[in-house]
Design a binder for this molecule. Structure first.
Ligand SMILES: [Zn+2]
Length: 404
């Protein structure tokens, strides 16, 4: 709107000016030697205006030519940089979108235009990683690691790679370098923990977590791997303190107590664990030192008294009664276990054996990774599938496999 108004005003002023000049009276006469030019005032003004315009254009052109060489280089350099930046940006977007081919071509273009700038190196490395070209990724990350400001990202990539290929020594070096480049990062703390787990360095792993489930998992593993009974006892105690309901922790603690010659304390620890969470591993550890079936049946009664009526209590009573040929007791406890609706096939199994029927034991209970839901027969400090530590929990009876 304003533009139009301004245009109209300027046009009107020019028109008025032209009309006024056109109407100026008189003549202009120029004399040079024998030459004599005579013209009207408006024509003379027009000629003057054209001469001034030509002079201005000529001076501008001369100044431009003088500055030319540097100007052209700067212009071309700026253009190169702009194109390189554009390629980098496009490459990063393609990378995020998972378009490997586009990311690769933009990365190559950016590298050609800009050279090995940190961003180009990062783009090149991540693109190569996505394309599965580990060597090329490694090379770019190595170059990036030498950069003062962005070195951390180089070590980040190198560490991730060495963890993936299980090169624990290299991973350790990159952890130290990354720590120097960017001290105290949470990400690095997690990587250190992962590395400690992979190296089965449970003592270090313990110093890197505050999560009770992880503390318990690492402490049980440390107790199991421990060279001396005293150390094993200290670790196992720590594990039980962190997770009183974790059966492997309770069992490790009892085993360590037995090792240092405290069988009474071991029994107490197992009963305490049973109280929190009855588990077949605790029952097995409780009955382990006893030789005769009758002793075992009596011990089972002691243990079961800590959680009367629990499915596991009824099952351990039923199992030991069956072993001791106390068939009436065995049937009663197996039926009681069934009545709790928590049986995973073991109570049915006892009843089948009592009647001499073929046994097809289907135990629905197992350790399950809370993170990836993978089932494992045995407990481990880290999930064998997703490698996350402290994620295995006991699922007494899985909802998916339970009869409706
Ligand atoms: Zn898992």
């Amino acid at each position: 709107m304003w533009r139009a108004v301004r245009f109209i005003i300027i046009a009107a002023v020019l028109l008025v000016l032209a009309w006024w000049i056109g109407g100026l009276p008189g003549n202009v006469t120029a004399t040079s030697g024998p030459y004599r030019v005579e013209t009207s005032v408006p024509a003379a003004l027009l000629i003057l205006f054209v001469i001034a315009l030509l002079m201005t254009v000529l001076l501008r052109a001369l100044a431009g030519i003088r500055r030319a060489p540097g100007g052209v280089v700067a212009w071309r350099g700026g253009r190169r940089m702009r194109l390189g930046e554009m390629a980098t940006q496009r490459g990063l977007v393609a990378l995020a979108a998972g378009d490997v081919a586009a990311a690769r071509s933009e990365a190559a273009r950016a590298r050609k235009l800009l050279g090995d700038t940190p961003l180009v190196l990062l783009l090149t490395a991540e693109t190569a990683r996505l394309a599965g070209m580990a060597d090329q990724a490694q090379e770019a990350f190595r170059l990036l690691a030498q950069h003062k400001e962005m070195g951390f990202l180089g070590h980040h990539g190198l560490l991730r790679h060495s963890l993936a290929v299980q090169d624990h020594e290299a991973a350790h070096d990159h952890v130290l370098a990354a720590e120097r480049a960017y001290p105290g990062s949470n990400w690095l703390q997690e990587q250190k923990k992962e590395l400690a787990v992979r190296r089965q360095d449970w003592g270090s792993a313990l110093t890197l977590t505050r999560n009770p489930a992880e503390i318990a998992a690492f402490a049980v593993a440390a107790a199991r791997a421990s060279g001396t009974p005293q150390h094993a006892l200290a670790y196992a105690k720590k594990a039980v303190k962190a997770a009183p309901g974790l059966a492997p922790a309770v069992v490790a603690y009892a085993a360590a107590l037995r090792q240092v010659g405290k069988p009474g304390a071991a029994k107490k620890a197992l009963i305490a664990g049973w109280k929190v969470a009855p588990h077949p591993l605790i029952a097995a550890a409780y009955l382990e030192p006893l030789a005769t079936p009758l002793e075992r049946a009596q011990a089972a009664a002691e243990l079961a008294a800590a959680r009367p009526g629990h499915t596991e209590s009824e099952l351990v009573l039923g199992e030991t009664a069956l072993e001791a040929r106390l068939t009436g007791e065995a049937r009663r406890h197996a039926e009681a276990a069934l009545a709790t609706h928590g049986d995973d096939g073991r109570a049915t199994d006892i009843l089948a054996r009592l009647e001499g029927k073929p046994v097809h034991s289907i135990c629905a209970s197992s350790w399950v990774c809370e993170a990836c839901q993978t089932r494992c027969a045995d407990w481990a400090p880290a999930c064998a599938h997703c490698q996350r530590p402290g994620t295995l929990v006991w699922r007494a009876k899985d909802a998916a496999t339970a009869p409706a």
